[in-house]
Design a protein around this ligand. Structure first.
Ligand code: SAM
Length: 219
């Protein structure tokens, strides 16, 4: 799919990176936070008929959720088009083309056009986007029952600083971020979500939140 997106994202999330991700997934299956997400959802018994993954890249989480019967249909939206060739080959290989819709562009702009889905996933995405408020508030508006997101632990700040220096030297505007966890949670709580799982690895935190019945009277 042709994609008009900031070239910085295309440079960082290159076709080469997409090929490496696809090769690793074929060799080893899910790893890292992707694996944690599926393990958490399985443990909690969260099964969403529809899944929307924002910044899903190759879409390997969706592949596993569909193959394990934890979802029926998935939509992937990503700013970088470089994932598309590998994603399409993977979906063909697994016979999943007709169960996944892939959309290219900035989710914050596209959100109103995307389906409201049972489960919304943002894996290692809030740390790649400056406006976390817009990202999470639109994401919560698309999530009918559950939302899962991962973000880096605060001690990684010096490492991100070095990474950002590298981007600056290369003349890119792309930056990685550590956004404030309490404020992200407060935004989701204001949108009627409550945490049901909070997994911490040395580098990443994985939060699963569930929509609660609204306490605000409808007027
Ligand atoms: C670090 S990669 C993670 C890819 C995949 N979720 C994973 O964990 O392997 C971050 C991805 O988020 C995408 N992204 C960042 N902000 C986005 C936005 N506002 N809308 C859509 N995609 C976005 C980037 O293009 C990139 O593919």
């Amino acid at each position: 799919m042709e994609c008009r997106c900031p070239s910085d994202y295309e440079e960082v999330f290159s076709e080469r990176a997409a090929r490496a991700t696809a090769a690793r997934f074929r060799r080893r299956g899910l790893t890292g936070t992707s694996r944690t997400i599926v393990a958490q959802l399985t443990e909690l018994g969260v099964r969403g008929s529809s899944v929307l993954e924002i910044g899903g890249g190759l879409g390997e989480i969706q592949v596993v959720l569909l193959e394990r019967g934890l979802a029926d249909f998935a939509t992937n939206v990503d700013l970088a088009a470089n994932w598309e060739r590998e994603a399409s080959a993977l979906l063909d290989q697994r016979g999943l083309q007709d169960r996944v819709t892939r959309v290219c562009g900035d989710f914050v702009q596209l959100a109103p056009t995307l389906p409201r889905s049972d489960l919304v996933i943002l894996n290692r995405v809030v740390c790649c986007y400056p406006d976390w408020r817009a990202l999470l508030s639109h994401a919560s508006s698309r999530a009918a029952t559950h939302l899962v997101f991962t973000f880096p632990r605060p001690w990684l700040r010096p490492i991100l600083w070095i990474e950002n220096l590298f981007h600056r030297v290369r003349g890119r505007r792309f930056r990685a971020f550590i956004h404030p966890a309490p404020e992200m949670m407060a935004l989701l709580e204001n949108a009627d979500f409550r945490p049901i799982a909070d997994h911490r690895s040395s580098a990443w935190r994985t939060m699963v939140v569930a929509r609660q019945p609204s306490v605000h009277p409808v007027t």
